[in-house]
Design a protein. Structure first.
Lengths: 113, 111
């Protein structure tokens, strides 16, 4: 089975800190995604990547950046964390062929205080 | 713009009943549709993936159907159990490697 591993289940950070959320997948998938999930708003796409060193903005990229130096790893960076970035962050991966589905990690619950 | 709707937002049913969760989408030009389960505070677990050329998929007590022409999918759960309590989300793929999610149906199975 494909595994998508997010390095932290829970994180508490202070306002203004630089925060790194790490995601690693073990099945050689080309595509990787970062979502945030908030009550009433559902899942919203932050950034995605189709290949190493490639990145594309999703629907809500403001305040975030990403890094994909290796195919298996996709990092989400909060340059200066703010309280409105308190959320559940979900990473996903998929192969490049569109007829295959997504596999999600277990999520990181980030609280910014 | 593709929109995915799941109604109702929440549902409670007694244990042992069969139930149907609904998902509708506005644009029938989809590549596939995927149903996920999410437990509180956890990530999404894929349940079933239906390709655009398929009508249904089955896994154990779960059966998902797809009617592209009417923009609808259903997830049928047979003989529900308390362990089925979770939020169920559907998502449609547009073929550009991105998917659009519904907001989910929160299911509670009453013991």
């Amino acid at each position: 089975d494909v595994k998508v591993t997010q390095s932290s289940r829970y994180l508490v950070k202070r306002t203004g800190e630089k925060v790194f959320l790490e995601c690693v997948q073990d099945m050689d998938h080309e595509n990787m995604f970062w979502y945030r999930q908030d009550p009433g708003l559902g899942l919203r796409l932050i950034y995605f990547s189709y290949d190493v060193k490639m990145k594309e903005k999703g629907d809500i990229p403001e305040g975030y950046s990403v890094s994909r130096e290796k195919k298996e790893r996709f990092s989400l960076i909060l340059e200066s964390a703010s309280t409105n970035q308190t959320s559940m962050y979900l990473c996903a991966s998929s192969p490049s062929v569109s007829n295959y589905g997504y596999t999600f990690g277990s999520g990181t619950r980030l609280t910014v205080v | 713009k593709q929109e995915v709707t799941q109604i109702p937002a929440a549902l409670s049913v007694p244990e042992g009943e069969n139930l149907v969760l609904n998902c509708s989408f506005t644009d029938s030009a989809i590549y596939n549709l995927q149903w996920f389960r999410q437990d509180p505070g956890k990530g999404l677990t894929s349940l079933l993936l239906i390709q655009s050329s398929q009508r249904e998929q089955t896994s154990g007590r779960l059966n998902a159907s797809l009617d592209k022409s009417s923009g609808r999918s259903t997830l049928y759960i047979a003989a529900s159990q308390p362990g089925d309590s979770a939020t169920y989300l559907c998502a449609v793929s547009l073929g550009d490697d991105k998917i659009i999610f519904g907001k989910g149906t929160r299911l509670h199975i009453l013991p």
